[in-house]
Ligand binder design. Structure first.
Ligand SMILES: Nc1ncnc2c1ncn2[C@@H]1O[C@H](COP(=O)(O)OP(=O)(O)OP(=O)(O)O)[C@@H](O)[C@H]1O
Ligand SMILES: CC(C)(CO)[C@@H](O)C(=O)[O-]
Ligand code: BAL
Length: 287
C-alpha cells in the first residue's frame, strides 16, 4: 500500500501543491463526495495513467443538495475511504470542512451557472443542483489547479456541465470521462445504492436492462423516440420503480433528430429510498 497524505485545509493543500509544481510534477484531480466504491477507484486508476500525482477530494457539497434531499444523512465513511484510496495508490486526499470551502457562507456566494446543459433531465427534479456542482467544481479547479480531472460517465449530464464550464471559463484542464463501473448484474455502482433494501437491490439492475432494450430498438431502426421512452417509463413503473425521466438525446444532450447517428439514453428513477440514474450510449448500425 502506498502512502496517502490527507489534507483538510486550503493552506496545507497549497503548500503541498507548491512543492509538487517546483518538482515539475503533473497533477490529476478526482473529485468525489466520499463513501467510495469501485467506480471511484476506477477514476483514480485512470487519473494515475495521466499524471504524476493524484489528488482525490471528498466533500459533501451542501450547495448541490435540495432542501428535502439527503445532505445530512449522506454516508460519511472517511477511514474506509482513506484505506481504499491508499490501496490504489492515490497520493493525496483533500477532505475540507464546509467552512473551509465556504468561509463566508453560501448565501452571498458567487455562483457558476452553466446554461442549457444544466437544464432538464436531472435538474427538473433537482432545481439548482447543477449550479451547486458547477460552483464547487470551479472552486476545486481553482484550489488544486490540476492538469487533468476525471469524472464518471454515470453522471452524464454532470460531465457535460463540467466540460462546458471548463471550456467557457478557459480552465487549462483536460477533462477525462470514465466509463461506468457496474455490478455483475449491470447495476451502476453508486453510493446511494446503500439506500436499497436487499429485495430492491435485486430489482435495481432492471433500470440498465430497460436502457439496453431501448438501445436494441434504436439499432433495429425504430426511431420513434417518444414511443420508446413512454414504453420504457411504463415498464419501469411495472417493475416497481418510480421513473423520473427516460430520454433519448444526441451525445451533446441536444434533442435527438431523425438523422442522429449516435444517441445517449438517460434515465432517473426512484426505488424505495434511493434515486438511481443511468445512461447508455448507442451507435447506429452501419449498413
Ligand atoms: N459507477 C461508477 N462508475 C464510474 N464513475 C462513477 C461511478 N459512480 C460514481 N462515479 C463518479 O465518481 C465521481 C464522484 O461521484 P459521487 O461521489 O457522487 O459518487 P456516486 O456513487 O455517484 O454517489 P451518489 O450515489 O451520491 O450519486 C463522479 O465523477 C461520478 O460520476
Ligand atoms: C463532482 C462532485 C464531486 C461535485 O460535488 C459531485 O457532484 C459528485 O460526486 O459527482
Ligand atoms: N453523483 C452526483 C452527485 C449528487 O447526486 O449530488
Amino acid at each position: 500500500m502506498s502512502q496517502l497524505t490527507t489534507l483538510t485545509t486550503l493552506a496545507s493543500l497549497r503548500a503541498e501543491l507548491r512543492q509538487l509544481r517546483q518538482q515539475g510534477q503533473t497533477i490529476a484531480l478526482v473529485p468525489t463526495m466520499g463513501n467510495l466504491h469501485a467506480g471511484h477507484l476506477r477514476l483514480v486508476e485512470e487519473a494515475k495513467r495521466h499524471a504524476d500525482k493524484v489528488i482525490a477530494t471528498i466533500f459533501v457539497n451542501p450547495l448541490q443538495f435540495g432542501p428535502d434531499e439527503d445532505f445530512a444523512s449522506y454516508p460519511r465513511t472517511l477511514a474506509d475511504d482513506q484505506a481504499q484510496l491508499a490501496s490504489v495508490g492515490c497520493d493525496f486526499l483533500f477532505a475540507p470542512s464546509v467552512d473551509e470551502v465556504y468561509p463566508h457562507g453560501q448565501q452571498q456566494l458567487t455562483k457558476v451557472c452553466v446554461p442549457q446543459v444544466s437544464e432538464g433531465l436531472c435538474s427538473a427534479k433537482r432545481p439548482g443542483h447543477f449550479d451547486g456542482v458547477a460552483t464547487v467544481v470551479t472552486k476545486l479547479f481553482n484550489m488544486v489547479q490540476p492538469d487533468i480531472a476525471c469524472f464518471g460517465q454515470k453522471d452524464y449530464q454532470q460531465l457535460a456541465v463540467i466540460r462546458k464550464l471548463t471550456e467557457d471559463l478557459s480552465f487549462p484542464i483536460q477533462i477525462i470521462g470514465v466509463p461506468t463501473c457496474r455490478s455483475a448484474e449491470g447495476l451502476a455502482l453508486s453510493s446511494r445504492n446503500a439506500y436499497l433494501t436487499e429485495k430492491e437491490r435485486e430489482r435495481a439492475p432492471k433500470l440498465y436492462a430497460t436502457l439496453q432494450a431501448i438501445a436494441l430498438k434504436l439499432q433495429e431502426g425504430k426511431l420513434n423516440y417518444h414511443e420508446l421512452t413512454y414504453q420504457a417509463r411504463a415498464k419501469l413503473a411495472e417493475l416497481g420503480f418510480s421513473p423520473e425521466y427516460v430520454e433519448i438525446r444526441a451525445l451533446d444532450l441536444s434533442p435527438a433528430l431523425a438523422t442522429t447517428q449516435e444517441w445517449v439514453i438517460l434515465a432517473a428513477a426512484r426505488m424505495g429510498k434511493a434515486r438511481l440514474i443511468d445512461n447508455l450510449i448507442v451507435k447506429k448500425h452501419q449498413a
